[in-house]
Design a protein around this ligand. Sequence first.
Ligand SMILES: [Zn+2]
Length: 307
Amino acid sequence: MKDQLQDVRDVPANSAAPSLCPCGASSVSAMGVCGRSALLRCRVCELVVRARMPLQEELDARYCGEYWARFQAEQTGPARDNVHAHVLNWLAQAHPEPGTVVDVGCGAGAFLARCREREWRGVGVDPSPSAVAYATAMGLEAYVRSWPSSLLESETVDAVTFINVLDHLRDPFKALLEAWRVLRPGGLLYIRVPNGALHTRLMAPLSVIGFGNLSVVHLYGFSRAAFRFHLPRLGFAVRAVRTAPPSQGDAYGAGDGSGGAVFRRFLKKADQSLYAVLAWSGLDRLPLGPSIEVMAVKVPLGTGRGR
Ligand SMILES: [Zn+2]
């Protein structure tokens, strides 16, 4: 693996090397190793990218089956209720009349249920038949679809949300372009992802103490710089890239009985305390915590879209 890192390190921007980042750049820095893949950081847009992407078939198998079996309890429980309320508060503030929101990667429909309570029409798409069956059994509007999807007409929805989804996708930019297509002009885009800048920084020290798996980098690591580079080019005006509130529960594997469970619970409490201080002081407007969120607005064609 060390040799792999040396192979990709310091590739000059103007060389004949193929682009290694979706922005088209080939100038990258090696960031370390996550799972079985080297992580690269683009020197142009600062996006962190896995050098070896899994095949779409591998991702389909994961998110259609294994993911639901492993995370069903978290998806159907209250762990993220506070996050969903937070998202809806922003949507309601920016769009006071309840409208239509599409939740990409809706899972079992926990966010769609909160939308219904606030009189928003929530439409969910998810590749997992089991998760969607759970959502529809609750009377929610969810579809077994990948994204992009031809499910929706252009310019028919008021908001699109990617809540801990975007960094799991092989082509997040194609997914964002589809969000742009279905949004009405001025429509709202909400994204919540792990803080790529922080997690890549923590990867090495956490690995030294045996908790490298707590550094979360899926297929991409997004940062404020990467969002501010890419979103305007995709037709969005960025309103904020800031610290996202941590979930109220031990979401996603904290109770798996591993030796790290106690440490995870400690980190969860520390994360919640950190956020409370940041929110109290107003510093949550900076992307400092383990999760970051983006609020953006669709910009009509001809008013600044770069490509
Ligand atoms: Zn790039």
